[in-house]
Design a protein around this ligand. Structure first.
Ligand SMILES: NC(=O)c1ccc[n+]([C@@H]2O[C@H](COP(=O)([O-])OP(=O)(O)OC[C@H]3O[C@@H](n4cnc5c(N)ncnc54)[C@H](OP(=O)(O)O)[C@@H]3O)[C@@H](O)[C@H]2O)c1
Length: 252
């Protein structure tokens, strides 16, 4: 199949809804074989049906569990071969401000939004490096950060901090793995309507916030397609350690 990411084996975490589901659809449409991962397997099975079992494979995985991450890569490799493209996208936010938040919730956010991103990236890089330069030089890791990593979204301090950490981890891993040819980049989206944001965006605070952004709108589902495809493509050979902001001027 021809396409901008033809011949690639891509693994997308958090693919059971929202941006991850979209990323999987877009990569498959541009020629990649796609492994989709999340905890809600029944949703992933629906995506496999839609894309086709010859191009898409579902793995149930809680990415906060290292053993499950390793098993996810084993299953992906057994199905489609070495994973050379990773979309590290699973993430969560929270409703409480710092004064009312429990420390257990902050730990949960950091575990998913930061530690699991590191764990999935490390597993991908280990396997690529072991496979030798001809493989590792095709390596592409794209982490979903957020505009909230650069700009304070009020009252979600743990989420903001976690996404700032993702952006700096992206640069750090890009530096560490530059010698192997593995490119590590991030995409920082503005507000897109998904299950993560739906309730808030439709509530009073969300409506107020969007009303204050320069274009007074949330972004479309397809708004990140081009940034994603570029970062995953061979054309991005010299792009590593970048954090691409796609936010429709929401932070300006
Ligand atoms: N929507 C926005 O406006 C926006 C803006 C900036 C950044 N982001 C970031 O974009 C990413 C995707 O968010 P979204 O808006 O698409 O949210 P979403 O629809 O809620 O999707 C979150 C995904 O993460 C998965 N997930 C959660 N915990 C997991 C775990 N322990 N193990 C494996 N998968 C897990 C969920 O699947 P299961 O529940 O099935 O496991 C789901 O597929 C997140 O990192 C988010 O921070 C979103």
């Amino acid at each position: 199949m021809a396409g901008r990411v033809a011949g690639r084996v891509a693994l997308v975490t958090g693919a059971s809804s929202g941006l991850g589901k979209r990323f999987a659809q877009v990569l498959a449409a541009e020629g990649a074989k796609v492994v989709v991962a999340a905890r809600r397997k029944e949703r992933l099975d629906g995506l496999v049906k839609e894309i086709g079992a010859d191009r898409c494979f579902a793995v149930r995985c809680d990415v906060t569990d290292e053993a499950q991450v390793i098993a996810m890569f084993d299953a992906a490799e057994a199905k489609f071969g070495l994973v050379d493209t990773v979309i590290n996208n699973a993430g969560m936010t929270h409703a409480n401000d710092a004064l009312t938040q429990e420390i257990s919730e902050v730990r949960k956010i950091m575990d998913l939004n930061v530690t699991s991103v590191w764990c999935v990236a490390r597993e991908a890089a280990r396997r690529l490096i072991k496979a030798g330069p001809s493989k590792s030089e095709r390596g592409r890791i794209v982490n979903t950060a957020s505009m909230a990593g650069r700009h304070v979204v009020p009252f979600i301090s743990a989420y903001n901090a976690s996404k700032a950490a993702v952006a700096h981890m992206t640069r750090s891993l890009a530096r560490e793995w530059a010698r192997y040819g593995i490119n590590v980049n991030a995409i920082s989206p503005g507000y897109v309507a998904t299950e993560l944001t739906d309730e808030w965006l439709n509530g009073e605070n969300g409506q107020k916030t969007i009303g204050k952004t320069p274009r007074r709108r949330v972004m479309d589902e397809d708004s990140l397609d081009e940034a994603l495809l570029f970062l995953c493509s061979d054309n991005a050979k010299f792009v590593t350690g970048s954090d691409v902001l796609v936010d429709d001027a929401q932070t300006l």
